[in-house]
Design a protein around this ligand. Structure first.
Ligand code: FE
Ligand code: FE
Ligand code: ZN
Length: 278
């Protein structure tokens, strides 16, 4: 079965978000670990967690993905911003252990003029401080569009970060289809070639999740503007092919497409599921 879900708000708790996901035809979901602009995380309610565990077991939800706030930038030139990133990671990762063996995704960061090399060093230093041998969570670095001074637009940059991490077994990669496309990897025309390149540079065993988004812009535009599945330059056929590829089909897929309401996600999930099982 295809493991697919979308980004949802966890404001009403774990049990509520899982029910909402199932109502949309999803069997996984993504949520912000806290307010996307930063701020404090809500306290975890043990009763909610217990209800979530029972419901997830019943519905076959075995994967969930927490997304770190966008404001997280361990590669910043400003110490205060780096400190914020450090404190978020120090709080979020232990919190993830309430739902063991799950995924925590972050944007690697922006070097803001210091250069890729310096940014890579700072990100790796933050990870080396945050990762713990006893954690069961896998921290994912997201592939980025390479907009501005974003790090992670090239597979080589993610590989360079991972290379400098001590607890490498705790680190994986989340491939965002809109981002890699905007970064210049032609997943519509040459998916096999892109995966071969990913494998050569990073290793496909590091690939743990996919953000499935169409793109408003052509390949290599370095823009990062998501489109609904089939309404962008990548197209439905190519994105469906990503979910059906033998090397990818068992990964969890997450939609982060712009929707007027949640029924748009339900529609995309249904169309992708039906193409997957054909
Ligand atoms: Fe993201
Ligand atoms: Fe993404
Ligand atoms: Zn994006």
């Amino acid at each position: 079965m295809l493991t697919i879900g979308c980004h949802l708000s966890i404001s009403k708790g774990y049990a509520a978000i899982a029910k909402e996901a199932v109502g949309l035809g999803a069997n996984t979901f993504q949520f912000f670990s806290r307010n996307p602009r930063g701020g404090r995380a809500k306290a975890i309610d043990p009763e909610d967690l217990e209800a979530f565990r029972a419901y997830a077991r019943e519905q076959g939800i075995s994967r969930i993905l927490a997304h770190a706030p966008y404001t997280l930038n361990p590669a910043s030139a400003t110490e205060k911003t780096r400190d914020f990133a450090r404190s978020v990671l120090a709080e979020d990762l232990p919190r993830m252990e309430h739902t063991p063996h799950q995924l925590y995704n972050m944007h690697p960061g922006c070097h803001v003029g210091q250069g890729v090399e310096a940014g890579v060093e700072l990100i790796a230093a933050a990870l080396n401080e945050a990762l713990r041998p006893e954690q069961t969570t896998t921290l994912l670095l997201e592939t980025m569009a390479g907009k501005g001074s974003e790090i992670g637009g090239r597979f080589e940059e993610l590989a360079a970060i991972i290379e400098r991490v001590e607890l490498q077994e705790k680190v994986g990669v989340c491939l965002d289809t809109c981002h890699v496309w905007d970064a210049g990897y032609d997943i519509a025309g040459n998916l096999d070639g892109v995966l071969k390149e990913f494998d050569r540079v990073i290793g496909l065993d590091r690939l743990r999740a996919i953000h499935l988004n169409d793109s408003l812009n052509p390949c290599g535009a370095h823009k990062d503007r998501h489109a609904r599945i089939g309404e962008g330059h990548i197209g439905f056929a190519a994105l469906s092919a990503v979910t059906r590829h033998p090397l990818l089909r068992d990964l969890p897929f997450y939609l982060e497409t712009p929707q007027d309401d949640l029924s748009g996600y339900a529609d995309e999930i249904a169309r992708l599921r039906s193409a997957w099982s054909e």
